[in-house]
Design a binder for this molecule. Sequence first.
Ligand code: KG4
Ligand code: ZN
Length: 358
Amino acid sequence: MGSTPPMKSMKPGIMRPMRVLGVETSCDETGVAVYDTEAGLLAHVLHSQVDLHARYGGVVPEIASRDHLRRLLPLVREALEAAGIERADAVAYTAGPGLVGALMVGGGLANGLALAWGCPVVPVHHMEGHLLAPLLEPDPPEPPFLALLVSGGHTLLVGVDGLGRYRRLGTTLDDAVGEAFDKAAKMLGLGYPGGPALAALAREGDERAIDLPRPMLNRPGLDFSFSGLKTALMLEVRRAEAAGRLDEERANIAAAFQRAAIDTLVGRTLKAAREERASRIVVAGGVGANALLRAELAASFDGRVYYPRPEFCTDNGAMIALAGALRLEDAGPPGPILARARWPLEALAPPGALGVAA
Ligand code: KG4
Ligand code: ZN
């Protein structure tokens, strides 16, 4: 499971090996992991709340916070046991962006553990965690690279020049792409979370049967927009329903939606790669698990594309433990909990320059 510490070239010299406990509670996954700055990932455990929220068709913040409270401590015990340690040398936690109540559960426990263990605590930016997740794999990418961050809350193209050196190149003007998948799935009567369900249904459909727009593809700049596509999908669902043909057309509509969304992502990413002269692209976040996105990027990009393994595409504690290990210089004593609903990635700075706590 272990690997050599990634981003070595940018990494401040750590005097001795440190075991960092990572805690992720920003949304509906409770994730805990232990990352060793020399031996790599020692353990990771996860509890998904998907079943709890499914009947509401989306994440209910209060239910999420309560379930994190219930699950977190047993998961910490499990991760420490799996790593073969009794305590960590530092604790990293997701400080934002995310649901504030859910973040406070993880931040509270992280600060409490650090106080009990007499060790430092590192607040981590959730999207930096996603961005660094491919570094948990063997043969990790070295900066500079282009990152496409695609999740339920974000659609971002980022120029990564080093740890904490992020330039936002493009973002969505409305819905995040994962959110668009989730809403499209809901309109098609599929379960939550919609992305994997829609992708599975799309495999049975003909994407050419229905023509949907590829928003922004012919516009200048590198921003995204998915609300027009969502409206077009809604009109197709209504048309099929009115014709009494929704059941037979459902898979075709799903396939056409997925194709339009992925074409948009790939088109913008290739444009950014050309402008940045990037030879490496990192794709991270839940939508990075999408098989069509992976196939299209592999077929159309000349350089190399890096992904985390599928379980580290979606939210997890391992990426937070790793980001915390790389940001140990930003660690401080236990204190006020940092919990931010909104927090632009480009507001971060390299470690040691108040990169996360500012
Ligand atoms: O990164 P993540 O676990 O949580 C957030 O930080 O949002 O991403 C979850 C999002 C959801 O919108 C989910 O529907 C989407 O990722 N997703 C997918 C796939 N797997 C997960 N979207 C498209 N295709 C998939 N295979
Ligand atoms: Zn996420």
